[in-house]
Design a protein around this ligand. Sequence first.
Ligand code: AMP
Ligand code: MG
Length: 297
Amino acid sequence: MDYRKLFVVKPGAQVKLAKLDPDYTGKHLSEDHARADTEKYLHKLNELQHLMYSEAKHALLIVLQAMDAGGKDGTVRHVLGAMNPQGTTVAVFKQPTAEELKHDFLWRVHSHAPARGMVTAFNRSHYEDVLVVRVHKLVPEKIWSGRYDFINQFEKRLHRENNTHILKFFLHISKQEQLQRFHQRLLDPARNWKISEADYQERECWDDYIKAYEEIFARTSTKYAPWYTIPANQKWFRNLAVSQIIAATMEEIGMQLPKPQVDLEMIRRRYHQAAGDGESPPASAKRQGWQKARAKK
Ligand code: AMP
Ligand code: MG
């Protein structure tokens, strides 16, 4: 199953989140059953990110949005955890600082966009400026309602100007699952720190958030920056679907290892010269019978 096809929001489509089952796990019956596929996608992600970094022509931006306890942190750990940290960055967007509030809403976002060669995850994003800001009326409607166009222009610019491939994921959990996760946070001392006083206040606004998300999907899912709505009650399925979608997207870019910048023949000659001058060959060459090979020449 290609989860890109199943979960993508087609440009202009009116998604009804109530119709998306957050418990969906496709043909996979359990975490054990899904493990081999998930491992395969993680392995692919690792290879493709190596290619992206080496080639340095394309960038990948992964935008993660969800209700509280929806699994954004876990998804960052899962997806970027498969990659070489040197080629990745993560930006976490919290309440704007006083300084950030003195600028337009994209000001604090742009500098975190990935450089070519890099994979960046946004844990929350510029979409908060048409979500929490809308739900809590932090700016007047005439301001936030103009932001969808600015967001589309911003994302188009990252794509056109910098070969940035943008994938946006909404991790869809049920209200019941959220409560269960809040409960876990209370029970587990290692997770107590995640509890926020705002959690229950935000939960009361659940329907307003759903409405705001549905408008986001209808207005900002584009060919160059599609939204995917991911059933996320089962963390293992969320990880499987997100990693499959990212791996398939990166694969389609058609990245190539860069050609060497040096004359390999000349370097090879210099290597043999150095080795022949009595310098010892590297341990790996020794293991491969390097000395025997040279003796035969
Ligand atoms: P958390 O991700 O649970 O640590 O919480 C971060 C909080 O910052 C959430 O309640 C977000 O809604 C809030 N936040 C993020 N971006 C903005 C923004 N642009 N304006 C207002 N609040 C924001
Ligand atoms: Mg929170």
